[in-house]
Design a protein around this ligand. Structure first.
Ligand SMILES: *Cc1c(COP(=O)(O)O)cnc(C)c1O
Length: 391
């Protein structure tokens, strides 16, 4: 929700811009921290969701680690101040350079996604006379019941090592003096809202942990990944239900006294803390469709074009005729200016009758929003505004 003061401030700014509500971010981080510390669970922030420095600073301050999926993210995490022993590095295609840089930085752990990658890390670590800590990212074949494009833990997905390759992993680990096995890692998908999915994951984690221990490996880290969803339909001040989420893992994971449970949350920590604020350039009323054409497009927010993601769209113009109860409700396709038909934020969106220069808020854009912005069509960098500026 935006105050009159926020909206008055927005009216004087150039659009489009991402507006970050740092107060909501802080409350969300605290809620997660409190709910996880009840069970002594460790949280790493999945940086790819949002690596804006104003966001990273707050997350680092609360004491979470960093979950990285590229050499660039590893570098950024360390620059921002995340302690190296809380930096983990996942990714299905780590290059030799990325692995070497991470070895030089003595990060906490590589989450390894193939048998061949284990061999490569061992070779590169040997050349540096180092020992690399590794966890095996296992593809547990658990259905995350989320959008197919953000499912990662099924046999047909490219991520992780499949169950039938566990013996090959064990064999490599046994003959690789430059690898230290620390545990097992999972991440089965994103925007998961069905809590039974996590229960199914826990059962598989228990099975794989037992398998490794039966084969002579000590499993000290159980990393269950991230994926907790947010409520895109109700964005106002919503903090995800971290208590229920962590309780499921406490109830269903079999954790030995020497084992640590690690989480990698991205979307749930940052998703609700931003909105993309845009202005209406034109309104086109057609026979079949009414269009609102915004000055923001898929170059600022790609999720709808990339995986038909839903974001709540609101007309937040201060003008009384827009928000008055009498104003007619009209169905619009809300689109951007980019020369692509998929550049559409929502179809048949019910809004009060809307006019040129009205302010439009696209909500819940803190995760996978700004970080996916591009320069397609030679668009300029999207602007950033934080709640601190309006105080
Ligand atoms: C993207 C990612 C996450 C975070 O996913 P969210 O759905 O944003 O919580 C966690 N772990 C890994 C390995 C990832 O790639």
């Amino acid at each position: 929700m935006f105050s009159d003061k926020d909206i008055a401030h927005f009216s004087n700014l150039e659009t489009p811009f991402y507006y970050y509500d740092l107060n909501l971010l802080e409350r969300t981080l605290k809620a997660c921290e409190e709910a996880s510390s009840v069970y002594k669970f460790h949280v790493h922030y999945a940086m790819k969701a949002n690596f804006n420095p104003i966001v990273l600073k707050q997350i680092e301050k609360i004491g979470f680690g960093a979950d990285c999926v590229s050499g660039g993210e590893v570098k950024k995490a360390i620059e921002v101040g995340f302690s190296k022993d809380k930096v983990v590095f996942a990714g299905v295609g780590k290059s030799d350079k990325e692995i070497n840089d991470a070895l030089d930085n003595d990060i906490f752990c590589f989450n390894v996604e193939s048998v061949q990658e284990l061999q490569v890390i061992n070779e590169l670590a040997e050349a540096k006379q180092k020992v690399a800590k590794v966890a095996i990212r296992i593809n547990p074949n658990v259905d995350a019941h989320t959008h197919a494009n953000i499912t990662t833990g099924l046999d047909e997905n490219k991520f992780g090592v499949n169950s039938w390759d566990m013996p090959a992993c064990a064999a490599i680990l046994n003959i690789s003096p430059n690898l230290e096995f620390v545990g097992i890692h999972f991440h089965i998908g994103s925007q998961i809202t069905n809590m039974d999915v996590y229960k199914n994951l826990c059962i598989r984690v228990n099975e794989f942990a037992a398998w490794f221990e039966d084969h002579g490996f000590k499993v000290t880290i159980l990393n269950v990944g991230g994926g907790l969803g947010i409520d895109y339909h109700n964005p106002n001040g919503q903090i995800p239900d971290f208590k229920s989420y962590f309780k499921i893992f406490s109830d269903f994971l079999e954790v030995k006294p020497y084992q640590e449970v690690h989480f990698e949350l991205g979307r749930a920590l940052v998703g609700q803390s931003a909105s993309l604020i845009s202005k209406v350039l034109y309104v086109k009323n057609g026979k079949k469709k009414n269009f609102i054409i915004l000055d923001a497009g898929m170059t600022e927010l790609m999720r709808p074009a990339l995986y038909q993601a839903y974001h709540k769209i609101e007309n937040i113009s201060p003008k009384s005729e827009v928000n008055s109860p009498e104003s007619a409700i009209v169905k619009y396709d809300v689109v951007g200016p980019i020369c692509e038909s998929t550049d559409c934020f929502g179809k048949e969106v019910e809004l009060p009758e809307t006019f040129r220069n009205d302010l439009i808020a696209i909500r819940s854009t803190g995760a996978y929003g700004e970080v996916m912005a591009s320069h397609y069509n030679l668009r300029e960098n999207v602007q950033i505004v934080s709640s601190e500026e309006i105080k």
